[in-house]
Design a protein around this ligand. Structure first.
Ligand SMILES: Nc1ncnc2c1ncn2[C@@H]1O[C@H](COP(=O)(O)OP(=O)(O)OP(=O)(O)O)[C@@H](O)[C@H]1O
Ligand SMILES: [Mg+2]
Length: 234
């Protein structure tokens, strides 16, 4: 992966929801591009469409108009022309999604949770376990590898969820208020980890946050305002 290579592009994306007899129009056409090494923050008022935009970019929700392209080396995929099964396959391989609520499987250990996307992608149990173990070590979480997820603190759970999002080595990480439920110290630790992953050129990070401090750590800052995605500081 070469720093600066474009890996995601949105062209003319709009989203309209039915709203009783009316329509809820979230965006004027949005153009947006993401390169390897970018850490991008998106801020904006509640209900401005931040989560919806991430879902569209991650292929989880169709735009009303416009296109989403995922790029890898010389290949460029027009996401919503693909079959759902193909979108899911590519997403599992190339995209990590971190939600505010981590959605860990409570009946499984952290190690097992982290292994799941690797197993789905067809890795052997042995390889999946190796990858999950290496991530737990990198995040200094190996001490809780086999503790029940239900016993973990919120900060620990969120860091395990981040490991799970990273296990297949995604080029693109979407994070929707990943530190919203954490106390200050845990939030800082998670913020620094995510931003440093992108800064090392291991991926690109697209992050929704309400926290200006977190946004200020990112290399590019956007805001959704008046249905437009605008760059902050211009
Ligand atoms: N499936 C849907 N059907 C109808 N309206 C929807 C749907 N999904 C989202 N909306 C509406 O679209 C608007 C934007 O929602 P979204 O979750 O993207 O906002 P957000 O910027 O992430 O807000 P928050 O900061 O509160 O998380 C909201 O008014 C929401 O109610
Ligand atoms: Mg949201």
């Amino acid at each position: 992966m070469i720093q600066g290579t474009e890996i995601l592009r949105l062209e003319g994306v709009t989203k309209t929801f039915p709203n009783g007899n009316e329509k809820l129009v979230l965006f004027e056409p949005i153009d947006f591009s993401v390169n390897i090494g970018d850490s991008i923050s998106i801020m904006g008022e509640s209900a401005s469409g931040k989560s919806t935009l991430l879902h569209i970019a991650a292929g989880l929700e169709k735009p009303t108009t416009g296109k989403v392209f995922w790029k890898h080396e010389t290949e460029e995929k027009d996401v919503f022309l693909l079959r759902d099964s193909e979108i899911s396959k590519l997403r599992n391989l190339y995209i990590g999604f971190i939600f505010q609520n981590n959605f860990l499987l409570e009946d499984f250990s952290p190690l097992e949770n982290i292994m799941v996307p690797a197993l789905i992608s067809g890795e052997s149990i042995k390889n999946s376990k190796q990858k999950a173990t290496a991530l737990l070590e990198e995040f200094k979480l190996d001490y809780l590898a086999s503790r029940p997820v239900g016993a973990l603190s919120g900060g620990e759970k969120q860091r395990v969820a981040i490991c799970r999002a990273l296990v297949n080595g995604p080029r693109l990480i979407f994070a929707d208020e990943p530190t919203g439920a954490l106390d200050h110290d845990n939030a800082q630790a998670v913020e620094d980890l995510l931003v440093s992953f992108a800064a090392q050129g291991r991926c690109a990070l697209v992050l929704v946050t309400h926290n200006p401090e977190f946004a200020s750590k990112c290399s590019i800052r956007y805001r959704i305002a008046g249905r437009r995605l605008v760059k902050d500081g211009i």
